[in-house]
Ligand binder design. Sequence first.
Ligand code: AMP
Ligand code: ZN
Ligand code: FE
Ligand code: FE
Length: 277
Amino acid sequence: MDFIDLHVHTTASDGTMTPRELVNHAAASGLRTVAITDHDTVEGLAEAITSGADAKIEVVPGVEISVDFSGEMHILGYFIDYKNQAMNEALQKLRQYRDQRNPRIIEKLKALGFDITMEEVAGVSGGTVIGRPHFAAIMVKKGYVKDAVEAFELYLGAGKKAYVKKDRLSPEEGIALINDSGGVAVLAHPKYVKLKAGNDLDNVIKELIGCGLKGIEAYYTEHTPEETNKYLDLARRYSLIVTGGTDFHGANKPKIKIGTGRGNLKVSYELMKQFNR
Ligand code: AMP
Ligand code: ZN
Ligand code: FE
Ligand code: FE
């Protein structure tokens, strides 16, 4: 059987492998298909696709967009036209929101007594997207926390001491952006969708389908078998396509391996047929 990974990050956002390294790693791991889904950027895609041709592995152009939904929700876009101008302009704006937020995180960390500069954080990122895992990496390196998990639990996670919210697109806007550039919009890691009192995931899914959502990431590193089954059932009931991936970030999430996550994830190549490409 052939396996795939439809959720991975490169140095274009907050992963630690360059697009070429990552594609080679995916090929060496025996995967048949890998989708590159960097946060708020398509800058790694051209290199990834060229590398895919060289390494004889299918590379799907993708993106992961953070949208506003009782906190943060992530929408994956697959088979996007990454040269699409509207897409590039909108992603540029999302990176501006980050660039406005990031110095404010530095201020909070400094106020907490940490000696951290924006230059240091930028230095560990390989591209134009600077995210919280880069802050975590510096905090680990300087010995302020034992690992990235602790950095998020104490400081960088939502609502923690150095957390700063960034502006985001609405779900409608994020999904429309993907559809308008010819892509397929998929709800990422539904486990992390925050439900307001009285709302259930069915209602959220119905609302997102109304915005143009086409799929759900049922197979995911952190999903239990029960959760996966729940999302597969949801997909059946709402005629959504099913995707799966690890959220591989290289050394920024050292326990998560490409293709298999924490060791037991398997995402079948059969799922690719749903995209009709
Ligand atoms: P940002 O896009 O800069 O807000 O950072 C978001 C990224 O940080 C996510 O995609 C994850 O990779 C990581 N992240 C967010 N929350 C946590 C957490 N509680 N623990 C570990 N990593 C996290
Ligand atoms: Zn990330
Ligand atoms: Fe995500
Ligand atoms: Fe991700």
